[in-house]
Design a binder for this molecule. Sequence first.
Ligand code: ZN
Ligand code: ZN
Length: 356
Amino acid sequence: MTEVQARADRLVELLVERELDSLLVTDLVNVRYLTGFTGTNAACVVTPGQRLFLTDFRYVEQAAQQVTGFELLPAGRELAADLVPRLAGRAGFDDAHLSVRTHAKLAEKVEEGVDLVAAGGLVERLRQVKDEAELAAIAAASQLATAALERVLERGLGGRTERAVALELEAEMRSAGAEDPSFPSIVAAGAHGALPHAVPRDVEIARDTLVVIDWGARLDGYCSDCTRTVATGRLSDAAREAYELVRDSQERALGAVRAGAECRAVDAVARDLIEAAGHGEHFGHGLGHGVGLEVHEEPRLTKQADGELAVGNVVSVEPGVYLPGELGVRIEDLVAVTADGADVFTSFPKALLTVG
Ligand code: ZN
Ligand code: ZN
């Protein structure tokens, strides 16, 4: 049995736990996770005894090649009408993704005795724990992205715009085989780096400043995510101190990652250090997030996060210090949680690198 087929088996265990007779899966990322299907219109219904996959005529061929372990059913483009007769008993649906309109259609047409039950987040729960195939895809995406940045930085940053560097980075990733960047790349120099989600500008990168580069590749559907902050010459003491503070807190937080660690406690390891250095208000986002088929998924490492890390979680560890009007520093690694620590996917060095 393939790893993909085993995922639907694990989903059935969750259905039994929630006393559901069937689950309607409509979010395409979840459909892909369960079936391997990469097209843009499909749904599946999973019951303890049945696995049904519905798509419209445009994707019948593709589904026949990609989907195993599910009975393939042709359907109209509006899948809702064809789904109705497939639902039974306590029928779970994904209340976080199903549109109000589709829900109304289902509710109007389902047979007597079928109860639509809000059951969002079940597939997402499975997706938090990566299997071997997923870990291998994320590792490959990370390696590809790291190599792309190395090639870009060899050519230097001086005299080039943030946008030119970002475009080149994305071109390098694509030519190395990436389907896409996993999110719009961030290249942000000087004061612009103080915006955690800065958009690259048509502005030349200055000498003697810090540049935040946050980038990732998507490969076989899986995302990588990494941030490095590099210098373009001599730095002020404030910039150097901010860099060393973020690096220290990032490495200590990495050291706290292991199965069983509370998510909020891992966040606190980095946050406490940054607060003690007087920069608490300059670290306004969470320490990290899960990464997989989506670049932001569960689990989250934040102040408010509930829950503990588990073996097979893939999370980013990315503290930052942002001084408005001056500079920003963020250092981010992507790691797989293990029983006694973390396997780091992102190999780019973290000692302050100067790129002319
Ligand atoms: Zn990132
Ligand atoms: Zn991230």
